[in-house]
Write a protein that binds this ligand. Structure first.
Ligand code: PGA
Length: 229
């Protein structure tokens, strides 16, 4: 399985250095790990770990004060980048059009995008969520060669950081649709943790997990791996 760890805007420099020491000691049972720290710590990543960025600029290198270009991120040794994480959309006012520009920048800089896609609780309850996710994916990938390398992370927006995980059958409707259309690796994200991983890994068409909260606590992460098949 692929286990991607999204640190979000957490950790001071000393804290991430301590984390990295213990990270090496995790017994991950040969699952494929992707560490995704805050951008300011990308240059601290040792070269024996696989890592990615939480975001990239939608702009090329140049006069864009405060932006971090995909080219710069790639030059630090990152392999992956998250694209369209719902916190960029709901908390930083970015829309799908901006995410699409970022996706194109990731591809042109040879970063492998982990495309996050999700539904609101209202969309979920009304049953339109599978179609809505398909529509958003169609938009993001329009005019893009689908044979390019990318990963998809299904993250119900209401599940992120809330403990509100949808039923396995609901998750499976989305992961199966995504797998049939794109034939890529599909992750689930949204309150996945050491307590629900035994249940969540029964979902079909899941190739891994995108972990937020639990990714900060290595002792919980070790428990998660102990239960992961
Ligand atoms: P969570 O976050 O595991 O804390 O719900 C997941 C994510 O935002 O990718």
């Amino acid at each position: 399985m692929i286990i991607a760890l999204n640190h979000k805007s957490n950790f001071t420099k000393d804290e991430i250095l301590d984390y990295l020491k213990d990270y090496k000691k995790l017994n991950t049972n040969n699952h494929k790990m992707i560490l995704i720290p805050s951008a300011c710590y990308l240059s601290l990543m040792p070269n024996n770990i696989v890592f990615g960025s939480e975001d990239v600029s939608s702009k090329e290198m140049g006069a864009y004060t405060g932006e971090i270009s995909a080219e710069a991120i790639k030059s630090l040794g990152a392999t992956y980048t998250l694209i369209n994480h719902s916190e960029r959309n709901t908390k930083m006012n970015e829309n799908l059009a901006i995410s699409k520009q970022k996706l194109e920048k990731a591809f042109s800089s040879n970063l492998i995008p982990i495309i996050c896609i999700g539904d609101t609780q209202e969309e979920h309850k009304s049953g339109i969520y599978v179609d809505k996710i398909k529509k958003d994916m169609d938009y993001l990938l329009s005019d893009i060669d689908k044979s390019k390398d990318f990963i998809i992370a299904y993250e119900p927006i209401f599940a992120i950081g809330t403990g509100l995980v949808p039923q396995n059958s609901d998750i499976e409707r989305v992961t199966t649709m995504l797998k049939e259309i794109y034939q890529k690796e599909i992750l689930y994200g949204g309150s996945a943790n050491e307590d629900n991983i035994e249940e969540l890994q029964k979902v079909k068409n899941i190739d891994g997990f995108l972990l937020g909260g639990i990714s900060l606590k290595l002792h919980s992460l070790q428990k998660f791996f102990n239960k992961l098949q």
